[in-house]
Unconditional design. Structure first.
Length: 110
């Protein structure tokens, strides 16, 4: 694993990533990155969804001018989230929100 990949993936352990991938498998993308690329509106919408759900999928459109690796670096950094997975042009992002009720919060394995 390169230093760049480690930086992108954040501080989640392998066990935690595996758990989150399982939860995220059936999710539909909530955010779409279009031909405008990563705009402030995309960052704002991503932050909002992460606050309410903690785990979201983001889809990079075919007509988008941003490369998937670039989005995988910039979006988690701008939203203070962790990249769980990048498959094709779909990113799975996680950000813990301690303000969510315990019954709705994602409880990560240690």
């Amino acid at each position: 694993m390169t230093d760049q990949e480690e930086k992108i993936e954040g501080t989640l352990t392998g066990k935690q990533k595996k758990f989150l991938k399982g939860l995220g498998h059936h999710l539909s993308p909530l955010i779409s990155i279009g031909k405008e690329g990563l705009t402030e509106n995309v960052f704002k919408a991503t932050r909002q969804e992460l606050l309410s759900r903690e785990l979201i999928k983001v889809k990079i459109g075919n007509n988008s001018n941003i490369k998937k690796q670039e989005a995988a670096e910039l979006l988690p950094a701008a939203t203070d989230s962790s990249l769980v997975q990048l498959i094709g042009k779909t990113l799975l992002l996680y950000k813990e929100n301690p303000k969510i009720d315990k019954e709705h919060r994602i409880s990560l394995p240690r």
